[in-house]
Structures are given as structure tokens and as C-alpha cells.
Design a protein. Sequence first.
Length: 268
Amino acid sequence: MGLCKCPKKKVTNLFCFEHRVNVCEHCLVANHPRCIVQSYLQWLQDSDYNPLCTLCNKGLAEDDSGDCVRLVCYDVFHWDCLNQYALKMPPNTAPAGYSCPTCKHGIFPASNLMSPVAESLRQVLKTVNWARAGLGLPLIKEESQSSGKHLSENVHSSSPLAIHSASVNAPTVHSPTDAKKSSPQYTRPSAQVSPYTSTPTLASSSASTHSIINLDPGTTARGEKGLFTSPRKLFDSTKDDVFNMSHDHDEDKYRRRPALSWLARLFK
């Protein structure tokens, strides 16, 4: 057991073989991501260590080797090497089947394990599908599937059927000349009414007792869009003729009439 030299001053049993200091898990993630770290008792038993990745036999501290990942057993590997190692396993491999290449400890941290190392490992594992299945997360769509989907959508959108539907749904623009050709020309001639006189017509006259009125179809409903005009008033001269005939004519102006005729005229 030892005391970490970080500001947290936590008691820890982890020991960095390269720097030969006690480290806590917070310092292990922040300041010793590529170092060989094991328990202090192991260092007392054997201080020798291998600074190489056991999967590719290349140095962990090399800059061109890529990022490194530390498992919960504190063994560290190149992330690319560990990813290729897991991809070589069958797709139906159970989560417990993914184990550390060195100590055969499980790669996936327990769901109830809360530590800086476990949290850092989860953030790296969730970027690949084989690890997301072991963590209980939904799979990520492959780029090939998404690109193929976009390609099929573009092909369908450029098909003749889509072009035809687009042309049908497109709004039609009418030019002023087309509007002139399509819209019917209507005129509104006024009704021509023949003049009439207030003088009474004789019974022996050959002329008709009614005035002749020439009506035009324009006085009825016009147009195709519901534009209607009220029918014109028809002038009838019969009412005026009856009114004029009620008066006495010159030939019987001074003739006496019975009282019943006066009463009949009052009731009218």
C-alpha cells in the first residue's frame, strides 16, 4: 500500500513500473495511459516488465503506434490491435468470450463497476459494434449500409415514375395570351324595350294589348363561375291600360250611371 503523490493523496496499491511511483486510478488515466501498472506486491516479487504490446510486439510508448487502451485488469494494448483481435472472433461470441489476451480476464467491465479505468474503457468500447453488443447498447449502422441506402434513394428519385409525378404535381403557369384564348368574351347588351303610350287602345284596333319587349340572354345568369345578374324587370302596359280605361271617355262623359257601379268602383 502506498500514498499517491497527486493532490488527492489517495491510498492505493497500484504501482507504475516505469516511473516507480504509487498511482491512483485518476492519475493512471490522466498521466500514465501507456505505462505498465500493476499491484505493488507484484513489483516487489518481480520488478521486470515488458513495455511492448503483446499483440503486435511494438512499443506502447511509440508515437506512431496509435492510441492505447487499458482493461480493468490493468493490462494495456494498442487499441487497433485489440480491435482486430476481437474482430477475428465469431460474430455469435458471447460477451464473456471476449477476454484479455494476457490474463484471460473479461474485456467488458461489470455494469456495477464504477471507476475511472472502467469508465474510460467504456468510452472506447462503445465506438465499435462488437463491443456495443457486449455493453447492451444498440448497434451502429455501418457506413456501407448507409451509403448504399442513400444511393438507392437517389436512384429511385431519378426514376421516370418520380419525374412524371413531379411534372404532374408541378404548378402550371398560364401566360396572358393563354388567358385571353381560354376565357370567353361576354358582352352585356342592355334590354331593348319598345316605347309605349298611356293612351288606351280600342277594342277594334288590330294591335296587341301588350307591349313587345325584346329580351337578351345577357339578362339571365352569366358566366361559368357563379356570376349571376338579377333578371330585369319586365314592363307590362296592361296595368296602365286598365288604369286608363277606368276613366270615362268623351262619348259617355255626361251619362248617368247607377249607384251600384259607383260601389263597384270603390271596392276595386
